[in-house]
Design a protein. Structure first.
Length: 212
């Protein structure tokens, strides 16, 4: 893992620096969006975001990825020092084409995990050791991790990242992604802090962040 390039990034969320990382293990380019100075800092607010082309770029309503990314960028921009790590792990790590194949299976009744399994993959193929290497390269001392996913916490901890706090990152559902979010809570073990049955009763309303 090495830092390949750095530049200023004025954004609609605030002032950032963008750092391009090259990983010779997965041969992918990953990004860090940095606000403030996290070098040798404690309690840095950090979000790990896995790439989602359909959500991040096209605004798909079948997931909450774009909303998670935008809320994370906003919260990091309001912190003294924070980082959003953008990881090139499309489709829970199965790649874009297989993700669209999984979406097709979801169209006929599979849930997210069942679709991945039907295609011959694990429920979630993502690996977060690359994120740990990025944080170590940036010399971050300890982090407040913005996540609902215990697997991120476990993998980062195993890779030597000092996590001092989990910050919940719950996005309110819309009618098109309520099943997806319920599956996260009931089958994937995500700490959603909501009642999965209530998720399935949601009507089509604007998506907002739960900052509790």
């Amino acid at each position: 893992m090495q830092i390949a390039a750095i530049a200023a990034l004025p954004s609609r969320f605030g002032e950032f620096q963008v750092v391009s990382f090259w990983n010779n293990r997965d041969h992918k380019e990953h990004a860090a969006f940095i606000h403030g100075d996290p070098c040798h800092a404690q309690n840095v607010l950090v979000r790990l975001h896995s790439e989602c082309l359909t959500g991040d770029a096209a605004g798909s309503l079948r997931c909450d990825c774009r909303d998670q990314l935008e809320v994370a960028m906003t919260n990091v921009a309001q912190s003294e020092a924070g980082i959003v790590l953008y990881l090139r792990q499309e489709g829970r790590g199965i790649g874009f084409t297989n993700k669209i194949r999984a979406n097709g299976l979801q169209d006929i009744g599979y849930d997210t995990g069942e679709a991945n399994l039907a295609l011959g993959f694990a429920d979630d193929e993502r690996v977060y050791s690359v994120a740990a290497l990025m944080l170590h390269s940036l010399k971050v001392e300890s982090v407040r991790l913005m996540t609902n996913n215990p697997n991120k916490i476990n993998q980062l901890t195993q890779c030597g990242v000092n996590i001092v706090e989990r910050v919940p990152h719950v996005i309110a559902p819309n009618a098109r992604n309520a099943d997806y979010l319920a599956t996260k809570a009931t089958k994937s073990g995500h700490l959603m802090d909501v009642d999965p049955e209530r998720l399935l009763e949601q009507d089509d309303r604007p998506i907002v962040a739960d900052h509790a």
